[in-house]
Design a protein around this ligand. Structure first.
Ligand SMILES: [Fe+2]
Length: 444
């Protein structure tokens, strides 16, 4: 772990205020997502892929209790008796509805009690000295954890049948982009981080990676472009699919992205309980890695590697430095990117010109998670932290890496270095993609 230099009392106070703010923001979102539906919808399972919403809520509180009340705070347990119920490694999602879970009122009371204790722990904690509290790491980890579960709960809302329960204004208009693709020149860049205080173990350490020149789509692939792939028979043409992808496409009967349907010649989709025509210039969502990969082959292109994606997002050729975000080092806000569930959908392609990367690519952060061609693995010098189950147990070729975050990620859980991973068949996550092709120098 990188340690921050000794903090002055004033810096400690500022950090404490920041921690309180991100924790409070996460809780406001968890509350809104769980207050939006009745007790029946909180306790039932909306999909075998997801936990009941009330499991997510109490699990958020339980993780917070384990790390911040007991470990950082050294306080007595609040509900040690429920640790096992809310251990994600002990019970598969499909089995969770049958567990003797806390009911909605009990779960709400539990997370509130834990949070009250945590804010007291925060008031007294010295945010340096011990690696777990250095730079308030454990608090940042827990805020990220809650926001990640909020994104999962939002995905459960999208899976839920019945009347709409969530509302949001429309995102900004799309903008024209100067060109369909951008060139990312050859050369090494610094991938990952050793300095970002709340970066998770899999983002560490910073290391130099050579990258051959390549072209990358300026924006994520849109619904309109994806519909052309479908209409061109892409789902029925084995040439575009990997062996495993074709097998899965056959077995699962895939014919279009999840939530898509046809009304006559018009493609429609369901968005948080509302049926609507697809928006042609909106980034496509809810496609598996296999579908993204097949589209790219059909288009005569390929998915970018994880290193290519990160170089496009972070490398500034003018300075030779790697930025925190495509637009620079400032934290994400709504002028740079569609994050934080400000809207219930990705913004149209070309939006957020102010958030463009030095290479010209837009919407790398926010809007849709982007599948990459890379398997999830450790960086050179990786050390599991603060526990093995955070990332290490998931390393391997069965998981593909996604980058950039969706409209449903929070700023606290979204960085140029942030890595997400999932099975290549998964479609309920807010994932889309963009495509790439190798540049001339590599072909010469
Ligand atoms: Fe969790």
């Amino acid at each position: 772990m990188t340690t921050t230099p000794d903090l002055t009392a004033m810096e400690q106070e500022k950090l404490r205020a920041h921690v309180a703010e991100v924790l409070t923001r996460a809780r406001a979102r968890s509350t809104a997502l769980t207050d939006a539906v009745d007790d029946h919808d909180l306790t039932r399972q909306h999909s075998r892929l997801m936990s009941p919403l009330v499991w997510d809520l109490a699990h958020i509180g339980n993780q917070e209790e384990l790390w911040l009340v007991r470990d950082v705070g050294g306080r007595d347990p609040v509900r040690q008796d429920i640790d096992e119920l809310y251990d994600a490694f002990k019970h598969a999602r499909v089995d969770r509805p049958a567990l003797p879970l806390l009911g909605p009122a009990e779960a709400r009371g539990y997370v509130t009690e834990v949070r009250d204790k945590v804010l007291d722990v925060l008031d007294h904690a010295v945010l340096e000295g011990r690696p777990l509290v250095e730079g308030a790491f454990a608090f940042g980890m827990i805020a990220q954890h809650e926001q990640q579960h909020d994104e999962t709960m939002l995905a459960t809302h999208q899976l839920r049948a019945g009347a709409p329960a969530l509302d949001a204004p429309p995102p900004p208009r799309g903008r024209r982009v100067p060109a369909a693709e951008v060139l990312v020149p050859a050369g090494p860049f610094t991938m990952g981080t050793s300095t970002e205080p709340w970066a998770l173990d899999n983002e560490r350490p910073a290391h130099t990676v050579p990258v051959a020149p390549f072209y990358l789509d300026t924006t994520p692939v849109t619904c309109g472009a994806y519909a052309e792939f479908i209409d061109d028979g892409g789902y029925d043409d084995r040439r575009w699919w990997t062996g495993a992808g074709w097998e899965h496409r056959q077995k699962a009967g895939l014919t279009a992205p999840l939530y898509w349907g046809r009304e006559g010649r018009q493609w429609t989709r369901r968005v948080f309980g509302r049926q609507e025509p697809i928006t042609p210039n909106e980034p496509v969502l809810h496609v598996s890695w296999y579908e993204a990969d097949a589209y790219a082959r059909w288009a005569g292109r390929r998915l970018p590697t994880e290193a290519e994606w990160e170089k496009a997002a972070r490398f500034d050729p003018a300075t030779g430095l790697t930025r925190r975000y495509p637009w620079g080092n400032a934290d994400p806000d709504t002028s740079y990117a569609n994050v934080g569930q400000a809207f219930l959908r990705p913004a149209p392609a070309g939006s957020y010109p102010g958030g463009a990367a030095p290479c010209g690519a837009r919407q790398l952060i926010g809007d849709v998670w982007e599948w990459t061609s890379s398997d999830f693995g450790p960086y050179p010098g990786f050390e599991a932290w603060p526990y093995k189950e955070y990332s290490e147990v998931f390393f391997g070729p069965e998981y593909k890496v996604l980058r950039g975050g969706s409209f449903a990620v929070s700023a606290v859980a979204c960085r140029g270095t942030f890595r997400n991973w999932d099975y290549p068949i998964r479609r309920q996550i807010f994932a889309g993609f963009r495509t790439a092709r190798s540049g001339e120098a590599e072909l010469a």
